[in-house]
Structures are given as C-alpha cells and as structure tokens.
Design a protein around this ligand. Structure first.
Ligand code: CDP
Ligand code: CDP
Length: 224
C-alpha cells in the first residue's frame, strides 16, 4: 500500500478547491477536510446569536461552545454544528459575506487550526482552505495553489446559483468575491498566500478533470 500523505489545497474563492479536493479524497480513500466550512459554521452561529463580528472574545467563547463535525455521506460532505445539519445554510449570502471578518481574528484562527491539525494527525487527508500549505500543514507532502481569473470564478458561482434556481447577479458576485479575496489576502494572521513549495495551477481554462489529473500525477510522484 502506498504511503498515506497529506494534501493541502489553497486558493481564492471559487478557484475549484472543494470540487477537486472531494474528487481526490474519494479516489484516494482519504478524508476530505473543508476548513472553510468550519469558519462558515462559526459565522453562522455568531449571526444566529447576534454577536458583534468584531468582538474576538465573544467569538472565542462561542467557538468553545461550538462542536463542528464534517461527516462524509452519499450526498457529499455534511456539516453539523452542535448536532444541527448546517450544510446548506452556511453557504448563504449573509454567511458568505461575513465569514472573512470572523476569520480575521487571531484567536479564532488559533483554535480552528488546532482542530484542523487534530483531524489531520494520521495523514491520508485532503484539506482545502487559504492557509493550509503555509500554516496548518506546513509539512504536507503535496501542496497545490489553485487560481483563476475573478471573471471566471464569478461565472462559476453564477452558474451554480442558476442551476440551484437561486437569483444571481454576475457583477455583484464579482464584487463580493474580489472583496473577500482582498480581506483574506491582507489579514495579518495566515493570509491567503501561495506556499513557496506549492505547485500553482491556473484553472481559468481547465476542466475539473484536467485539474484532478494534474494533481494525481503529482500525488503519484510523491507517494511512489
Ligand atoms: O468556497 P469558498 O472559496 O467561497 O469559501 P470557503 O472555502 O468556504 O471559505 C470561506 C471563508 O473562510 C474564506 O473566504 C476565508 O475568509 C475563510 N477561510 C480562512 O480564513 N481560512 C481557511 N483555511 C479557510 C477559509
Ligand atoms: O472551493 P472553491 O471555492 O475554490 O470552489 P468550488 O466550491 O469547488 O467551486 C468551483 C466551481 O467551479 C464548481 O462549480 C466547479 O464545478 C467549477 N469548476 C472547477 O471547480 N474547476 C474547474 N477547472 C472548472 C470549473
């Protein structure tokens, strides 16, 4: 049996991280860990409780009381918060437009990173996020940084919204994605950034299969 390694996938919003990470995890029989879902879960609870998103102390207290589970299922990965299935609700617009504010707080990140490392401690994981290769798993055997033009990324989210029957405005999506990327890239602690030893893949004109195949080649090289 080949070695069960850790695969870190980072990049900006809608670059294709979770789509590709899920397929890789399935092919390799690895655990898929969606770290964005963890920040979204806390944001969801903070909004529900009416907590000021700039109040780090209150957020930390809430996080200590927030049990987040990522459970694989036939319907894909499900996200539970204190036993409640929040898989869909954490992707809503309100959470999406607030999550980067919550994710800026150093103590929130410290606690999230501890939980993420604990989940990855035995290897055999594909973890996606913003700071996985640079900070959460600096020794990951494979590090990938996915990027794509903001136009293409907004178009992808737009297509997803239309397919789900949601209202969607391309220009608004483009602005929201650019705004979130800016906050994520400029924050002081563990900003969105390519790790020096990550392989960068521009997915703008690639299919999902192209990206998965390229990463599988790298995984095969590293696992022998
Ligand atoms: O799917 P999408 O790329 O839109 O977002 P996500 O991966 O669910 O992440 C949501 C937000 O959580 C990001 O915009 C970041 O603000 C934050 N995040 C983070 O700070 N660090 C991570 N490792 C993952 C997500
Ligand atoms: O996780 P992240 O926010 O980076 O992106 P995602 O949630 O995986 O969404 C990416 C969307 O673009 C999905 O609808 C994919 O089907 C599509 N897509 C892709 O992921 N990769 C490509 N090379 C082309 C399209």
């Amino acid at each position: 049996m080949s070695k069960r390694i850790s695969i870190a996938i980072d990049g900006p919003a809608a670059a294709g991280k979770s789509t590709v990470a899920k397929i890789l995890a399935e092919r390799l029989s690895y655990l898929y860990i969606d770290t964005g879902a963890m920040y979204r879960a806390l944001t969801y609870r903070a909004l529900q409780e009416g907590i000021d998103l700039d109040d780090e102390k209150a957020l930390i207290a809430l996080l200590k009381d927030t049990y987040i589970e990522l459970k694989p299922s036939e319907r894909g990965q499900l996200v539970f918060v204190n036993g409640e299935d929040v898989t869909n609700i954490i992707r809503n617009e309100k959470v999406t437009n607030s999550v980067s504010i919550v994710a800026k707080h150093p103590l929130v990140r410290q606690e999230m990173v501890a939980r993420q490392r604990a989940l990855a401690q035995h290897g055999g994981v594909v973890m996606d996020g913003r700071d996985i290769g640079t900070h959460v798993l600096p020794h990951a055997e494979v590090k990938i940084f996915l990027k794509a033009s903001v136009e293409e990324r907004a178009q992808r989210r737009h297509a997803e919204n239309i397919a789900r029957g949601f209202e969607s405005d391309l220009e608004t999506l483009k602005e929201e994605i650019a705004r979130r990327d800016k906050i994520d890239s400029e924050r002081k602690v563990a900003p969105l950034k390519k790790a020096e030893d990550a392989v960068e893949i521009d997915t703008t004109s690639l299919s999902v299969d192209d990206v998965v195949n390229r990463i599988m080649e790298i995984v095969d090289e590293r696992t022998g």
